[in-house]
Design a protein around this ligand. Structure first.
Ligand SMILES: CC(=O)SCCNC(=O)CCNC(=O)[C@H](O)C(C)(C)COP(=O)(O)OP(=O)(O)OC[C@H]1O[C@@H](n2cnc3c(N)ncnc32)[C@H](O)[C@@H]1OP(=O)(O)O
Ligand SMILES: O=C([O-])CC(=O)C(=O)O
Length: 448
């Protein structure tokens, strides 16, 4: 009855507005077409842009944990980075957000209590040891193999331990998938820093002993300890902040999307995240932080003496004219300076030793010049810095100078968001991802 009434009123409204239009319009057929054609042309252009332009702007994924606004930047369950810094419990004696607090927020949408965070830290510490076969495997790799390649291999090898895979083989119900996915995810997060620290030791400090996991410390506290920098409280705080804010950047970025795609086939969290790491290892994505430092150091070397805005500008133009991108600038979604870049810069602003560092000063000065140069160059849609422009220089200052290792740190972090999505994808029963592709011929037919 109600349905019939609403159908009748919609039908009436439609025919009323149609008859009004009939009376009001005095257009010729040409004028009417002139109005319709540009709309259709724009529609087609958009369609082709989506097909050939890396699907930029195409809304095609569900991702609950964070949303990226082009102007405001990332929000984790509607919380900005400064809000997270205020609300999420830090480590005992620390100030910065820690991985455990961020994970809790991403997974549950709720701010954890301090007791909840401490209990999660302990669980991660208790599960952090690597199985012996993974230690042997990682130790057997040539130290010249890129640390990111090693990290992906180590994570994939951990799938030998997968609870999800074993349970799937034994024939569990779909409604139970998420609990095993969560178990694998927690084990993966616990072991990632231990694996990453072992790679660092093997590549840069062979033979040096790695400290045992301290059960009373948070995940990143233990990671910094195992890297051999545990005495440096400022670096520990920096890496806590770094790892928390790199954790998630909505779903469409290459690493997160890869984890989601691979996970949608019911690959376990280890295999899904190993695949994501190899997306992160590309220079247009996570590897850019390694490239930024290399580029800034080259700039410093080339400029030589006093660094002025003018000679930074010249170096930027040389980079652009040689056909290279300026690493650390531009973004697929952002159209403003990245709030993660701003948060890392603020960390520097509160510490005189960082403010006095020539490389950190160079990064700051580059930021004062680069947006205008990139605007004049006129190609990039976003002339502002992304997080990679700032992340490496502080590591460099504190003595973590091996910049080929930097993306591994990013890789320890990005798991927070990727495993969150894997758990929720299983809890919500999301399907296998399988978009439709078209051949050139089919696109041509579509255009005609
Ligand atoms: C954690 C992260 O992943 S953040 C990103 C890290 N990556 C970098 O910092 C590398 C440098 N930046 C870039 O290469 C790009 O800005 C990306 C990959 C981040 C985004 O790519 P897109 O969304 O395609 O950017 P956009 O639409 O603005 O590109 C338009 C043109 O501007 C160019 N452009 C974009 N950014 C830059 C840059 N920093 N320097 C020079 N040219 C640039 C693109 O190469 C493209 O050129 P083309 O038309 O000749 O192909
Ligand atoms: O969002 C993106 O496309 C890239 C990025 O900044 C990230 O993944 O952290």
């Amino acid at each position: 009855m109600f349905r019939q009434a609403s159908f009748a009123s919609k039908h009436f409204a439609r025919s009323f507005s149609a008859s009004q239009r009939r009376l009001a319009s005095t257009k010729t057929i040409r004028e009417a077409l002139e109005e319709v054609i540009p709309v259709k042309q724009a529609q087609l252009k958009k369609l082709v842009e989506h097909l050939l332009g890396g699907m930029r702007g195409l809304k095609a994924m569900l991702w609950e944990a964070s949303v990226l606004d082009p102007i405001e930047g990332i929000e984790f369950h509607n919380k900005t980075i400064p809000q997270c810094q205020q609300e999420l419990p830090p480590a005992a004696g620390g100030k910065e957000i820690i991985a455990e607090s961020m994970l809790w927020l991403l997974l549950t949408g709720k701010v954890p209590t301090e007791a909840e965070v401490r209990q999660l830290s302990r669980e991660l510490a208790e599960k952090g040891e690597l199985p012996e076969y993974v230690e042997k495997f990682i130790d057997s790799l040539p130290p010249t193999l890129h640390p990111m390649t090693q990290l992906g291999m180590g994570v994939a090898a951990l799938n030998h331990e997968s609870k999800f895979q074993a349970a799937y083989e034994s024939g569990i119900k779909k409604t139970e998938y998420w609990t095993y996915t969560l178990e694998d995810s927690i084990n993966l997060l616990a072991r990632l820093p231990t694996l990453a620290a072992r790679i660092y030791r093997n590549v840069y400090n062979p033979g040096q002993p790695i400290p045992a996991i301290n059960k009373d410390l948070d995940l990143v506290g233990n990671y910094v300890n195992q890297l051999g920098f545990g005495e440096n409280k400022d670096l520990t705080e920096y890496l806590r902040l770094y790892i928390a804010i790199h954790g998630d950047h909505e779903g469409g970025n290459a690493s997160a999307h890869t984890a989601h795609l691979v996970g949608s086939t019911l690959s376990d969290p280890y295999l899904s995240y190993a695949a994501a790491l190899y997306a992160l290892a590309g220079p247009l994505h996570g590897l850019a932080n390694q490239e930024v430092l290399r580029w800034q150091l080259n700039m410093q070397k080339e400029i030589g003496g006093e660094v002025t805005h003018e000679n930074i500008k010249e170096f930027l133009w040389r980079t652009l004219k040689s056909g290279q991108v300026v690493p650390g600038y531009g973004h697929g979604v952002l159209r403003n300076p990245d709030p993660r870049f701003m948060a890392l810069q603020q960390f520097c602003d509160t510490r005189p030793d960082l403010l006095a560092d020539p490389v950190i000063q160079l990064v700051k000065k580059t930021y004062e010049v680069a947006p205008d140069v990139l605007k004049e160059h006129g190609k990039t849609k976003n002339p502002y810095p992304n997080v990679d422009a700032a992340s490496g220089c502080v590591l460099y200052h504190y003595g973590l100078t091996q910049f080929k290792y930097y993306t591994v740190i990013f890789g320890v972090s990005r798991a927070l968001g990727c495993v969150t999505q894997l758990v929720w994808a299983r809890a919500l029963g999301l399907p296998i991802e399988r978009p439709k592709s078209l051949s050139m011929e089919a696109i041509e037919k579509l255009i005609k």
